[in-house]
Design a protein around this ligand. Sequence first.
Ligand code: NDP
Ligand code: 13P
Length: 304
Amino acid sequence: VALARGGAAVTLWTRDPDQATRLSAARQNRDRLPGVDLPESVSVTAEIGTIPAEGPVLLALPMQQLAGFLAAQPGLDGRVLVACCKGIDLATLEGPASVIRRTCASATPAILTGPSFAADIARGMPTALTLACADVARGEALQRGLSTPVLRLYRTTDVTGAELGGALKNVIAIAAGVVIGAGFGDSARAALMTRGYAEMTRMAEALGARAETLAGLSGFGDLVLTCTSSQSRNFRFGEALGRRGTFDPAVTVEGAATARAVAKLAAQRGFEMPITRMIAALLDRETSIEEAAESLLTRPLKQE
Ligand SMILES: NC(=O)C1=CN([C@@H]2O[C@H](COP(=O)(O)OP(=O)(O)OC[C@H]3O[C@@H](n4cnc5c(N)ncnc54)[C@H](OP(=O)(O)O)[C@@H]3O)[C@@H](O)[C@H]2O)C=CC1
Ligand SMILES: O=C(CO)COP(=O)(O)O
């Protein structure tokens, strides 16, 4: 919607032919984005073979579905593939760029990430994002092509940093939700966000990312948004967990699988990720909220 409003011709592919028919007829996605009209320059199809042969392909599906989807789509070989998903694949412990490289060897991977609720972007609210691509020329072309007067893209070649910022902040957002849901208060949330940011940066740097990428939109920016807004599904999921309530299992909560993937990676590689490991343990019912809080608070005192 944003790109079409910015003047681009956009093809929107959906796997469900009935949904493609509904979208074409109603010119709205009434289930997921009610009240937002699809501009005329958006065409809808359920036939992936009919998407234009030129131009970038934006992959907007949950992280845990990305590898399976790409493996079943040989037609995407050689394309510029821009992953919009945020997470780490639980089966392989890879981020989206590695998944793209493994499943579509001739494709150019890029990452579009940063603080942005889909509903805000679709309503034309001003938004700034990070576009990460290791190939400088292709990254510059994507930055120009995907920016609009209200959607401002900053560019980096640090793909690892951008994808880890987007993945790891979702886990901290679940933790922030738990803190608020359990009634621990805003000061505790601020402490958790700050120490969460420290562990995000520590792990990303150990995997070759630059600390300044984590300090940008894809890390710090998205951490702030997701830990403080009840528009965030990860935050709301954590909040429900904190007040021992229920949460619709059909809603995409990327931080849950990512917490487990990062806990596995942290154990394998010796990364110090206390908050993420507590969230993984909480999700797997290996600890309680009280035990998790006590365990974080009784760690040895240290320098900041
Ligand atoms: N929503 C947001 O505000 C933002 C989301 N993101 C990221 O984007 C990613 C997707 O999130 P979001 O769109 O919100 O998730 P939703 O659950 O709202 O939508 C997921 C979409 O992916 C489709 N899908 C699921 N599995 C497959 C598959 N195997 N093959 C093809 N299509 C599939 C679904 O199709 P169907 O309708 O047929 O089920 C649906 O259209 C996540 O990683 C999220 O973190 C990033 C920034 C903001
Ligand atoms: O990534 C997002 C905002 O930048 C969306 O967050 P949620 O997936 O928690 O809704």
